[in-house]
Design a protein. Sequence first.
Length: 242
Amino acid sequence: MYRGPMPALQARDLHKRYGDGESAVDAVRGISLELAAGEFVAVVGPSGCGKSTLLQLCGGMDRPTAGTVAVDGVDLAGLDDEALTALRRDRVGFVFQFFNLLPTLTLAENIALPLLLAGVPRGAGLARAEEGARRVGLAHRLEHYPARVSGGELQRAAVARALVHRPALVIADEPTGNLDSDNGGRVLSLLLELNRETGVAVLLATHDQALAAAADRVLRLRDGAEAGRPAVGVRVGAVTET
């Protein structure tokens, strides 16, 4: 029976606990989520509700205490640390609030970094980076270092880096949180445009209502669970996050 294309992300009954005993903190409690290719999902909720932890689990940056995550059909639980690193490099793109560009590399080199780490020849990687930079309006900044460009341009470079290796899934954690409203709006428009053009699935955590309103779906969290689920017998809200 035909089941359609493979989901970009499947998360089932995810739990993440920090610590033991009475001091244990359940940062994520029983969240299930699925993203199809090309889908844009926003995760919203108050600070400390588990947004960043959920994104870290879905992107393979952390392992759940219980539950399963599959990215592009690959069950992350079956991967050792080396294989998990390779999957993140090849199939997931990341956009963070504070850009995370390397100051000693040009924007071209920063954008090309996932390709260069994967063994793509430097010339081919930089050519792909130039193509990506052109799509985000940074073709004139390729040889600049991060210290010489604006915050909005840094985030656009981070978006280009997240997509340069053509991932199945992009994880964006408060990508406009460190930008003014004008630059935040430009980054939002860029993410939406690239999402529609490339068919990459986007899972984005935000406090920005404009970002949430532009998503295909919104997942609302409170106390580590989907909003509406009561907190029962656990200590929540002690994990600091944006």
